[in-house]
Design a protein around this ligand. Sequence first.
Ligand code: NAP
Length: 328
Amino acid sequence: MKKAIIIGITGQDGAYLAKLLLAKEYHVIGVTRSAKKHNFKRLEFLGIDNSIEFVEMPQISFNQICDILKKYNPDEIYNLSAQSSVGASFNIPIETVSYNILSVINWLEAIYTTKPEAKFYQASSSEMFGNVSEQVLPLKESNIFCPASPYGVSKASAHWITINYRESKKVYTTCGILFNHESCLRGDSYIVKKALNTALKIKMGLSKTPLILGDLSVRRDWGYAPSYVEAMWLMMQQEVAADFIICSGNCISLKELIMLIFTKLDLSFDKDVQIDPCLFRPLELETIYGDNSKSKDELGWSYNLTTEELIDQLILDETAFIEWELKK
Ligand code: NAP
């Protein structure tokens, strides 16, 4: 039985990855800052909270990480833990940058000194690219980084230190450069989850609160989170470690995406959507989308959802999630 540690298991990707690895009969160990039950909502929704062994690490501790590695002797370590909000990173830059970099280097150094044959996955982000000119789109693994937020800076730095352990210390490390991926398990403040949840609650007669959003002109590459965690696992099964862009390759503005949701639910965009300038970010990426040909060719990752199909799936999933929460 293979053993995997997932750091950040209580988040969206951690929950879906844990489900995938359990289905592959891994022993899954989840590292969390707080092993209190209220933090396990996503794992409960997927029905896997009782199948995971949890380890609480309230603060980054090199010694505790070494102890965890010695105790569990993992084959694979997935680092999904981060202050993951771009918007919040402008308000809490010190927390974002220090946690998102120091957590990674502590794990890498502990792996190198304690369990150098273990494989390490780092959750890198399309936000590392920053604002790019239209000519370089779609983005490939070889494009340079020019991050435009404290979050992007933290992820770029964590990305390079992860590569550095691969090149200088020969640890199997791999970075997944993931573009936005969504699901009903996304944090409540994230735009697509917020839009789906608010629109569905209006539709179901559970709420009259309108959807309040920031800048709708941004254009992004959105995908489906459960499919993206499959790519993470594939990246850890290769002979030679490398870095991969994981994206849909589709690009649509936030306004078009929200209108699509409202049209599908037969709701009025003009009546139920309001713009609040306070939600605009100090610096925003305008248009960004990626090229997933390397991950498809080299990993055999298959992803073919169109944006319409993605929205249909997300509506189904969010409906199930709201109904589950109502029954709790
Ligand atoms: P998420 O839902 O926000 O989960 C991240 C987890 O990190 C949380 O559940 C939390 O677990 C832990 N964490 C540690 N320090 C934190 C802090 N200061 N604030 C908040 N949480 C903190 O993230 P996700 O969407 O699953 O994404 C997984 C990883 O991929 C993250 O590193 C993210 O930056 C990256 N990423 C995500 C996307 C996306 O579209 N979702 C795109 C590119 C990259 P505990 O409370 O249990 O410790």
